[in-house]
Design a protein around this ligand. Structure first.
Ligand code: GLN
Length: 206
């Protein structure tokens, strides 16, 4: 019999731990009282309510996904309806369309992404952005050699933009992509948004 009182928070969340800012995500989640498992091989995905794909170097992470035989398991995880969030390089890996990635990414979100799109002179910057579904005022977003989300195709939709209209966060069902790094700020609201998605996904039986 299914539990008629699904938990309003996920019990176990994974962070893909091949390269990048794994520890920072882990720390935010643990501060929110969530158990975290680092994911390095296919069996690590078993029993997770959600998965974060961190920022780092998308070409390196894509290479390690391939060599660790994680590509198909990660695609299957995304297709299972459980929540998956890619930050920066993670967003690049979730996109179906990417420039200059020399091997397949996970490629499950209907978004087009351009890597390092803010130019050499702007390696990193911060901006206050309004995010759809995020109460409590603007979110301070940290961008580091960030990609631009150049287009979203339904059912994906933009949930945050810079003042000039550049899309910096998108959502598609159980999938979330941000071109910035909420794990590098003290503001846990983006992680809480993701945890609500993960709780919904696990509450509906995955
Ligand atoms: N520039 C990196 C890439 O293309 C992403 C940077 C990041 O994740 N902070 O993979």
């Amino acid at each position: 019999m299914t539990n008629p009182f699904p938990a309003n928070r996920p019990s176990l969340v994974g962070v893909l731990a091949l390269q990048g800012d794994v520890r920072e995500h882990r720390e935010v989640l643990e501060r929110l009282g969530i158990s975290v498992r680092e994911v390095r091989r296919p069996r690590d995905l078993e029993g997770l309510d959600g998965l974060i794909i961190p920022g780092g170097e998308s070409t390196t992470i894509a290479r390690l996904i391939e060599s660790n035989d994680l590509l198909h398991p990660l695609r299957a995880f995304c297709a299972s309806g459980r929540a998956v969030w890619g930050t920066c390089a993670g967003a690049i890996l979730l996109a179906r369309q990417v420039d200059r990635l020399d091997r397949p990414g996970i490629a499950v979100m209907d978004i087009a992404v351009r890597r390092n799109a803010f130019g050499r002179q702007i390696q990193s910057f911060e901006a206050d952005i309004e995010v759809e579904g995020l109460a409590g005022g603007p979110f301070r977003a940290v961008f580091i050699r960030a990609p631009k989300i150049e287009a979203v195709f339904p059912p994906a939709r933009a949930i945050a933009r810079l003042d000039d209209g550049t899309i910096v966060a998108a959502m598609q069902g159980n999938l979330l992509a941000t071109s910035f790094h909420p794990e590098l700020t003290d503001d846990p609201r983006f992680h809480q948004l993701f945890l609500a998605m993960a709780a919904r996904a696990s509450g509906t039986g995955k």
